[in-house]
Ligand binder design. Structure first.
Ligand SMILES: [Zn+2]
Length: 397
């Protein structure tokens, strides 16, 4: 059911102005270098309006005017590009084991990164670490810090109070509740937005990694739990209550292991770092867990190989389900688990079940390349989008 209505008559001038500003930034972001005349043509706004908006963006140091190419005998016109150092966004990926933070410039490039271990699984320690990472950036880069416009926080969701499961091991929902976000925003003095880790990972891969060439793909976040981030036709898809992609809670084993969601036999009870640690007697909060998993792979440890072989039918089934529902161009797997583990899971799961689209050749599943900071970079991009991208909500009166 639609909760908001877009008015089709009347206008709120200040919001229309803000919307036009975002539209112009988006056109410059995607088409630069571009002239004012070209922007006017694309946006159907008057040349005078474009003149005014570009002057405003230039004064705010968000765009730069550069010399265009000389065509024919005429003078080179000025072209407009985004000024990368005009604004910065912080992205922070919080899970129960660590905090990874990045600062991205206006074109999305990572200019600073930092990771810290979270000693205790509680919200106060997580908040303290978020604040200390922020303070470190401000101390190291005071001039860039003045141009920070917002913070994106990504954590294992869901955060919506009605969907919260208090005893869920994988979930760190306290980070993203509206109460905590308001508190962090007041302490740091910047607007915060929150995104679930799988969706932020999908955005990060779309901007910086394997998702770049694709408009429609699924990103699987293999962490303590298992979640999927969906990019559909170039946009993230969150669902009606922002829990789309909770594939870890698809029941795969009727009357199977109990899950914190209240059901039994959920997929992430069998396919996640939590499941791996439980079955191999590894400690999930061990600081050297990733090194230990990598070592077991290097040794071709039989228990680990057996675990993977038991998991492959479930993984293959998940890939098949996602392909039938979403019709993605690719499924990208990432997460906090070491890359050699994901490589092994994928190679031992082959051949995957065939997609219906028989013209689709090549790989169906690959490991992401945007790295350990992919989720944080996606969170920074989500923050940038909330400030600069044109949104329907900015026109709702
Ligand atoms: Zn469940």
């Amino acid at each position: 059911m639609r909760k908001t209505k877009l008015r089709t008559s009347g206008t709120n001038l200040s919001r229309t102005k803000a919307h036009n500003l975002r539209v112009v930034i988006e056109v410059i972001r995607t088409q630069a270098p571009i002239s004012k005349t070209e922007i006017a043509t694309i946006t159907s706004l008057s040349r005078q309006t474009i003149q005014y908006i570009v002057a405003e963006l230039e004064a705010a140091e968000l765009v730069e005017l550069i010399d265009g190419e000389i065509k024919g005998r005429g003078h080179p016109g000025k072209k407009i590009v985004l000024a990368p150092t005009g604004a910065f966004n912080i992205g922070i990926h919080v899970d129960k084991l660590s905090i990874r933070a990045v600062v991205c410039d206006l074109v999305g490039d990572v200019v600073w990164q930092q990771s810290q271990r979270l000693k205790n699984w509680n919200i106060d320690d997580a908040n303290r670490l978020i604040k200390s990472v922020f303070d470190k950036f401000v101390a190291e880069h005071p001039s860039k810090a003045k141009k920070l416009v917002g913070v994106g926080v990504a954590a294992p969701g869901p955060f919506n109070e009605t969907n919260i499961r208090p005893d869920d091991l994988a979930n760190f929902q306290q980070v993203g509740t509206s109460k905590n976000i308001k508190k962090l925003s007041a302490e740091i003095g910047l607007p915060f937005i929150v995104e679930n880790d799988a969706t932020a990972g999908a955005i990060g891969e779309h901007l910086h990694g394997e998702g770049k060439p694709f408009d429609t793909f699924v990103f699987l976040q293999f962490g303590i739990g298992l979640g999927a981030g969906l990019i559909l036709n170039g946009n993230k898809f969150a669902g009606s209550s922002e829990i789309a992609g909770e594939v870890g809670h698809i029941v795969v084993e009727p009357d199977g292991l109990n899950c914190s969601c209240g059901k039994s036999g959920c997929l992430e009870r069998y396919l996640s770092i939590d499941a791996l640690c439980r079955d191999l007697n590894l400690q999930i909060d061990d600081e050297t867990l990733n090194e230990k998993i990598t070592e077991l792979i290097a040794q071709r440890n039989q228990a680990l190989l057996d675990w993977i072989d038991e998991a492959t039918p479930r993984f293959r089934q998940l890939v098949n389900t996602l392909e039938m529902i979403v019709d993605p161009e690719i499924i990208i797997v990432g997460g906090t688990v070491p890359k050699p583990f994901l490589d092994l899971l994928i190679s031992r799961s082959k051949p995957f079940l065939k997609p219906l689209n028989r013209q689709r050749g090549g790989e169906q599943v690959r490991v992401g390349t945007a790295g350990d900071f992919v989720v944080a970079a996606g969170a920074a991009a989500a923050s940038a989008e909330s400030h600069f991208a044109p949104a329907l909500t900015s026109l709702i009166l």
